[in-house]
Design a protein around this ligand. Structure first.
Ligand SMILES: O=C(O)CCC(=O)C(=O)O
Ligand SMILES: [Fe+2]
Length: 279
């Protein structure tokens, strides 16, 4: 079912509008877009039930005050249906303005996050994503809930993070608040964009997080190895996956992108002669 985007987009903001200047380390001009999705409710319900069953055994509270299952599709096979849904990938690519593909590393292709008051599951603290692009799909939002909104720092992430790293709160005027809503996904290019989930004072949220990257610019990625290690189980499988991906995908995509960039920068500047004659 194709939906008219003007009816379904609830919020949308460009990367440059969030950060306040253009950036070169990006996959596109996408900032964040929240839209009504049309994903199969039975699948979402099955993922939710399984995520609740698995919480005790598989969810961990890792760094950044986040309780989550990493590589959740390894334990909840229904997630794979969404990850590889062609219509979904096309729609997200349209929103991003560049072709997106599922993030390929098994430990962080998808996660399920559990959020609640700080003394329970917690909510993710200020951070910039390691993955280039992410889709946040609510599986459950308690009604009522106090807190739990996505908060985006409007500015340069290095400036923002130097404040939040020492426990300072950004000025409220620099924060864009995007409440989550059942039936609506949030697609964000949160690499180099500082964000968090507002602490939950009452209620809870359960979210399916599906990560993506650009096919053409697969080398644009901030998942440094120590960060993946902090997020993942300490097995070595993901190190081999990354090494192979760098060889097969990231290096060729980097070389191609550099060839296009340098060829473009060598083109003579087009000068309108009629303008010159009037100098
Ligand atoms: O669910 C949210 O509001 C944000 C989650 C987030 O930033 C993350 O999982 O990296
Ligand atoms: Fe994030």
């Amino acid at each position: 079912m194709l939906l008219n985007s003007s009816q379904t987009v609830r919020q949308s903001i460009s990367r440059e509008a969030i950060i306040g200047h253009d950036t070169s380390w990006k996959v596109s001009d996408l900032g964040a877009v929240q839209f009504q999705h049309n994903y199969n409710q039975d699948i979402l319900q099955a993922i939710k039930s399984r995520a609740l069953e698995l919480k005790q055994e598989k969810a961990h509270q890792k760094h950044l005050d986040l309780t989550f299952i990493t590589g959740a599709d390894r334990f909840i096979p229904e997630i794979n249906e969404l990850i590889h849904d062609k219509e979904r990938l096309e729609r997200l690519s349209d929103y991003a303005g560049t072709k997106l593909e599922p993030y390929p590393y098994s430990v962080v292709g998808s996660t399920v996050t559990y959020m609640g008051p700080q003394e329970q599951d917690g909510t993710v603290d200020w951070h910039c994503d390691g993955v280039p692009v992410t889709e946040l799909i609510p599986l459950d939002i308690s009604d009522p809930i106090i807190g739990g909104e996505l908060e985006i720092y409007m500015g340069n992430c290095e400036i923002g993070k130097s404040l939040t790293d020492v426990g300072a709160e950004p000025n409220p005027k620099d924060i864009l608040t995007i409440p989550h809503k059942m039936g609506y996904s949030t697609l964000g290019h949160f690499l180099g964009i500082l964000h968090r989930t507002a602490p939950i004072k009452y209620g809870h949220r359960l979210t399916l997080v599906l990560n993506l990257r650009s096919t053409e610019r697969s080398f644009v990625d901030d998942n440094r190895m120590f960060y993946l290690a902090a997020d993942s189980e300490q097995d070595k499988e993901w190190i081999d996956e990354i090494a192979e991906d760098v060889r097969v995908n990231q290096l060729p995509s980097y070389q191609k992108s550099e060839a296009i960039r340098t060829a473009a920068s060598k083109l003579p500047m087009k000068i309108d002669q009629s303008v010159r004659s009037s100098w």
